[in-house]
Design a protein around this ligand. Structure first.
Ligand SMILES: *Cc1c(COP(=O)(O)O)cnc(C)c1O
Length: 360
């Protein structure tokens, strides 16, 4: 079997072991004579899968007992609306940090529900950093402060969670489970599974139960966190197969050493690429200030932009897939999520050096 080196930004690479496990029990799950995707979400078999996934996620992230763990649908993009719908709790204002494309989308969506204040922005410098906390203008009357832990398109990551007197809301879509995070410092954390946790179709929400029960009256039942929590994320039919595969991926994370091991691996993988870029004498460039460089996504540009399409074509021929930058940013982007191993990063670094030798 030939497996490509997969640098896709999402849906992204899954651990081969997880795919093999799912393959093995695809037609007959646990002696039921049925595939996981053919059984009721109300069956004991599936409820066990759901319970185990929650228990494993709680163990991996040290989720405090007073937090609800929800497995929802609609992707991280739906959270851009679901967060203000549920967390305004009678307030009319929310603070947002603007650090790249995804926080920009969260801001635009929230404007429908409340007065959004931009508490800090790196737009003036082209999203090359997290603005310095001394420059933030935080509103003590805000319902919450929202930040995007890792900007997947711009490759900008928070070196530490922000300090705030109001509940902290984190879009951790591309970084949850890629390194340790202190859940207890947050009011709510959300992430879609298809970056570091599993396939598309499941969105994980961790929420402090003290923030529930203040949803806007217009909130549909299926978008109400409190109701979802009371129904164990099964108000309606969940994405059972995605949930199951996410569960297998969580088991894999636990089995292979948890978040400390994964964090080190992600630093090593991206470190290889940043070194390759910085050693290229300007042939390749990453625009992010070193303190804010992402350990999940490495965007870079060729000084000669006309060479980018050649680079991408030759990379694909060499089995290096999914490297095209986001349509809004252009250039190249290597996403090195949990299931991408060091060999893949090394293969890409070698390819970059070879390409520069021939074309530089
Ligand atoms: C991918 C991503 C999203 C959007 O996720 P969808 O599941 O496609 O809605 C939002 N925020 C960040 C940081 C992302 O990386």
């Amino acid at each position: 079997m030939a497996r490509s080196y997969n640098f896709s930004a999402g849906p992204a690479a899954l651990p081969l072991e997880v795919l093999q496990e799912a393959h093995e029990e695809f037609f007959d799950f646990a002696g039921t004579g049925m595939s996981v995707m053919e059984i009721s979400h109300r069956s004991g078999v599936f409820i066990d899968i759901a319970r185990q996934a929650e228990a494993d996620l709680r163990a991996i992230l040290n989720v405090p007992d007073n937090y609800k763990v929800l497995f929802l649908q609609g992707g991280a993009s739906l959270q851009f609306s679901q967060v203000p719908m549920n967390l305004l709790r009678g307030r009319t204002r929310a603070d947002y940090l603007h650090t790249g494309l995804w926080s920009g989308k969260a801001i635009e969506a929230a404007r429908r529900y409340c007065a959004v204040r931009i508490a800090g922005s790196s737009a003036p410098t082209g999203f090359d950093r997290v603005p310095a906390p001394e420059e933030w203008r935080l509103d003590p009357g805000a319902a919450y402060l929202h930040y995007t832990e890792n900007e997947t398109v711009h490759g900008v990551q928070f070196p530490a969670a922000p300090e705030a007197s109001v509940p902290l809301v984190c879009d951790a879509c591309s970084s949850l489970l890629s390194k340790p995070i202190d859940v207890s410092r947050h009011g709510l954390i959300y992430a879609a599974a298809q970056k570091n946790m599993g396939p598309a179709g499941v969105t994980v929400v961790l929420v402090d139960e003290a923030l529930l029960d203040g949803a806007l009256p217009i909130t549909p039942d299926v978008l109400n966190y409190a109701q979802a929590a009371r129904a164990d994320s099964m108000l309606n039919t969940p994405a059972t197969f995605s949930w199951y595969l996410t569960g297998l991926t969580l088991r894999w994370i636990l089995r292979t050493g948890g978040l400390d091991r994964i964090h080190q691996a992600n630093q090593a993988k991206t470190g290889l690429l940043y070194r390759a870029i910085d050693a290229s004498g300007g042939f390749y460039a990453n625009k992010v200030l070193p303190a804010f460089r992402s350990i999940n996504n490495v965007p870079f540009f060729l000084a000669d932009t006309a060479l980018e399409s050649v680079f991408l074509r030759q990379a694909e021929s060499a089995g290096l897939m999914g490297l095209k930058g986001h349509s809004s940013a252009g250039g190249i982007r290597a996403s090195l999520y949990n299931a991408v191993d060091l060999r893949a990063a090394a293969a890409l670094a070698d390819f970059m050096a070879d390409f520069q030798r021939v074309r530089g």
